[in-house]
Design a protein around this ligand. Structure first.
Ligand code: SAH
Ligand code: SF4
Ligand code: F3S
Length: 476
């Protein structure tokens, strides 16, 4: 599906005259947390190339759309945004000013050729495995349209510029680090194995070095990212294969790192080492995102999920035994081809028996090149709509109940930023709930015990309980 595009040469163009004004880039993310992380890293590359970041396309000389191919709607958004950018570029051109438009990410990988064909305003297409080559691609794009969606043999992360302390500080006290990329699981609904390629784990020493640097620049919480993060099997300094559980134990020792999370994990890769890390490592947050997709064994098999419903329940039991206060979230798909009413009800039954604090749920979207899309027994849109609303009603009820049960509890909150109102600050609980409280800004970056006093639809409000702590202390 994701044919590899080499360099596509279009019409030659004159090099834009060098300008003394700093160049400005606008990068927009459409996808998952890894897509957001990639946008940050592309920002780092562009900073080295002399670009400042702009807040809007209107204020930029270079616009990069970092796209997502996971569902049809996500992909289609890109084409409508490109139409708007084309008009902007033409208006600029009329004033004699230049503007470069680039498409990065998973749609670029899967449909690079189609993008070049459908949208003449696009100067540059770059896949998620080749964005370390952006400097060279930009130079070429100033002369002729260019596309690079190779899966290069070299390690992209090893080629990226180092993290700059100023940029880390700008991004705040919570950071993402990709540790694993790609996927070998080939669920029959999913494009990720095609857009991101085969599974790859970054070496332990590189991950540790990144986290040390983040911690030195004030980061307190790190979320380890991977499409299949618990399939992590990076090599350590002594050439041994290291699991995610072992990596987490290493990272928890880094001074300054108070919170660790990981996402997204596959149930089939929840090994005992990782489960015991939930018991042994206090910095590993008691919140686990464990996608189930469907509660029906028949659908799970058709999706090629590699586990049955009962095995998922066993994993949940083990994780809860290791960390009784843990809360779970999940991903669900309704209307996979062939899903009967009874299959769907099995999903509702699983949700009732697990009990989730949060979830993402989607209507099945047939994706080009995936086995699910070829099936003849696609489910009617109206049936998908109806199932999704029943599923979401149940998940929302569970989320609200979980939030309401937090009222009166004291939860550790990592303070991340100023709140919306004067004198207010905002942070997150171990369960990723947003919390607002009245307290000094100096607490940003600290973890403070907060008594939860109310639960709104999207956030909690709380009261700091031990006012005795000075702002400089870190009462973790
Ligand atoms: N690696 C993760 C999921 C990554 S994709 C895992 O194995 O669970 C994020 C979520 O998007 C998936 O969990 C799934 O719920 C949803 N998704 C993926 N492909 C989809 C499709 N074709 N239609 C609808 N939802 C999809
Ligand atoms: Fe997609 Fe996740 Fe399945 Fe891999 S394991 S194919 S990323 S849903
Ligand atoms: Fe989307 Fe690619 Fe992430 S398809 S979900 S941006 S891996």
């Amino acid at each position: 599906m994701s044919e590899s595009l080499k360099l596509i040469r279009g019409e030659e163009r004159a090099e834009a005259p060098a300008s003394s004004k700093p160049r400005r880039a606008f990068i927009k993310s459409y996808g998952c947390q890894m897509n957001v992380y990639d946008s940050e890293r592309m920002g780092d590359i562009l900073a080295v190339e002399g670009y400042d970041l702009a807040d809007s396309a209107e204020a930029a000389d270079l616009v990069l759309l970092n796209t997502c191919h996971i569902r049809e709607r996500a992909s289609e958004k890109v084409f409508s945004e490109l139409g708007r950018l084309r008009a902007l570029k033409e208006a600029r051109g009329a004033e004699g000013r230049d503007m470069l438009i680039g498409v990065a990410g998973c749609v670029a990988q899967a449909e690079g050729r189609e993008i070049m064909r459908r949208q003449g305003a696009v100067d540059l297409v770059v896949g998620p495995q080749s964005y370390h080559r952006l400097p060279d691609l930009l130079r070429r794009a100033r002369k002729a349209r260019v596309a690079d969606t190779d899966f290069p043999a070299e390690d992209k992360f090893a080629k990226l510029p180092g993290l700059s302390e100023a940029r880390i500080r700008q991004r705040g006290v919570s950071a993402f680090v990709t540790v694993q990329e790609g996927c070998d699981k080939f669920c029959t609904f999913c494009v990720v194995p095609y857009t991101r390629g085969a599974e790859f784990s970054r070496p332990v020493a590189r991950v540790v070095a990144d986290v040390v640097q983040l911690a030195r620049a004030g980061v307190r919480e790190v979320t380890l990212l991977g499409q299949n993060v618990n399939a992590y099997h990076g090599e350590d300094e002594r050439h041994r294969t290291c699991s995610l559980g072992t990596l987490i134990r290493r990272l928890a020792e880094i001074p300054g790192i108070a919170r660790l999370r990981y996402t997204t994990s596959h149930p089939a890769d929840m090994d005992d080492d990782l489960i015991t890390a939930h018991r042994d490592v206090p910095a590993l947050m008691s919140y686990l995102h464990l996608p189930l997709q469907s509660g029906s064994d028949r659908v799970l098999a058709a999706m090629n999920r590699k586990h049955r419903a009962a095995q998922y329940l066993q994993i949940v039991d083990k994780v809860r035994a290791a960390r009784p206060e843990i809360a779970l979230s999940s991903d669900f798909i309704v209307g996979f081809p062939g899903e009967s009413e009874a299959d769907f009800e099995a999903t509702l039954a699983m949700i009732r028996s697990v009990g989730y604090a949060g979830a993402f749920s989607f209507k099945y979207s047939p994706r080009p090149g995936t086995p699910g899309a070829e099936r003849q027994d696609q489910i009617d849109e109206a049936v998908k709509d109806e199932r999704l609303s029943r599923l979401q009603a149940l998940l929302e009820e569970q989320r609200q109940a979980f939030n309401a049960a937090c009222i009166g509890r004291t939860l550790d909150v990592l303070i991340q930023k100023k709140g919306r109102h004067l004198g207010q600050i905002a942070g997150r609980t171990p369960y990723l709930q947003a919390v607002h409280l009245d307290a000094p800004e100096g607490l940003i970056g600290h973890i403070v015990p907060v008594e939860i006093v109310a639960a709104g639809p999207n956030s909690l409000s709380g009261r700091r309980i031990n006012q005795g702590h000075a702002a400089g202390e870190c009462p973790t």
